[in-house]
Design a protein around this ligand. Sequence first.
Ligand SMILES: Nc1ncnc2c1ncn2[C@@H]1O[C@H](COP(=O)(O)OP(=O)(O)OP(=O)(O)O)[C@@H](O)[C@H]1O
Ligand SMILES: [Mg+2]
Length: 355
Amino acid sequence: MSYAMNDFGKLLDKYIVGMTDETLADRIGTSKVTIYNWRTGKIKRPSRQKVLKCADVLKLTPKQRGDFLKAAGHSSANDEPQQLAIPVVGPPIIQPYQFFGRENILSQIYWAWNKTVPESIAIIGPNRSGKTSLLNYLNNITQATHLRPEQPKGWPNDWLPRSFKFALVDFHDANMHKPETLVTDVLRQLQFKIPQSCNIADFSSIIKQKVSHPTVILMDDIEAGLSASALDTTFWQNMRSLASHGKLSFVVTASEPPVQLAHDGGKTSPFFNILGHTLQLEAFTENEARELLANSPKKFSQEDIDGMLKESGCWPESLQKLCDTRLQKMWLGKNQRRVGKKKRAVGSKKLPQSS
Ligand SMILES: Nc1ncnc2c1ncn2[C@@H]1O[C@H](COP(=O)(O)OP(=O)(O)OP(=O)(O)O)[C@@H](O)[C@H]1O
Ligand SMILES: [Mg+2]
C-alpha cells in the first residue's frame, strides 16, 4: 500500500501503537500537543528532520520510513541529503554514520553474540562516556540508510546482527518505571501484537511463544531502573527467567558494575548474575580520535589536531566540544573578515574622487 501526502496522521497513529504521545514527544524533543496535532491531522506537514527523528524512535523499516516521509510531503528516505558526521554536542549519537570508535568493545560484543543464544552483557562507563550512543548504534545499525565509507567497524567480514531483533529501554523515561508500560513498549519495538492490557505475565508468555530470532533488550542506565519501586524483584525475576529460557538477551549500561548497584540498592535479584561479560568504556584510542577529527567539515591543522587530542584525553564528548568550538572560531573569523571587506568596499565607494 502506498501513502499519499496528508496521510501522515493516519500512519503515525498506526506506527505509534504501544507508545504514548508523551514518550514520543520526549524522545524527539517536542510537545505532547504537537504529537496530538500530527495524529489528528491539525498539522499535516511536520519538518523532514522531525519525521526522520520520529522514524528512528519508532524503529521503522526503510520502507515504512519512505512511506512516512512521503505522507508528510517529503521525498523518500533513500535520497536523504548527506548530513555532517561531526560535531554532535549534547545529545547522544543516534545515527550510525555519526558513531565513531569503540572497535574493541564491538569485537567483544560480536564474540558474546555469535553464539546459539547471544550472551548478556554489562557496559560500564563514567558519566558522558558514550553509553547511550553505543546502545543507539546497536539498535540502529542494521537499518542504517547510509554510513561512512569505512563503516561498519569492529565486526569481522562485514558481520552485522541482521537476524537480531532489538528493543531499547531508556530508564530516564519515567514511563519505563512502570512494568506495564515498559513491557508494552518492548513488544511494540519487537513488532509483536500488543494485547489490550499487558502485564508482566502476559509479556512472558508472548515472548516464550513468539520469539524465534535472537532478541536483545538494550537497557540504558540501569541505576535509574533499579531506583523505580514498581520494578520490583518479581519484575527482575521474570526478566531473568526469559534469559534463562534462552528467549531474551540483555545489554545493560551503568556507571558501576550492576551487581554492585543492585546490592547497594537492596535489590539483590539474581537477574544481574546473567550478565556474563562486563565491558568497560574507556577513552577512544588515538587512531579513533584522529578519525573523528578527520571527519570535520573543515580541515584542522596538524597542530590543532594534536592540541585537541591532548586536551580531550581522547574522550568523545570532549573531542566533539573542542571541534565545535574551533569550527565556530573559524566561521566567526571568516565572517568578520567578510564584513570587514564589505565595509572597506562601501567606504572606498563613498570617498570623494580626488582631482
Ligand atoms: N561513539 C561515539 N562517537 C562520536 N561521539 C560520541 C560517541 N560516544 C559519545 N559521543 C559524544 O559524547 C557525548 C555523550 O555521549 P552519551 O550521551 O552517549 O554518553 P552517556 O555515557 O550515555 O552519558 P550519560 O552519563 O549522560 O548518560 C555525545 O553527545 C557525543 O557528542
Ligand atoms: Mg546516557
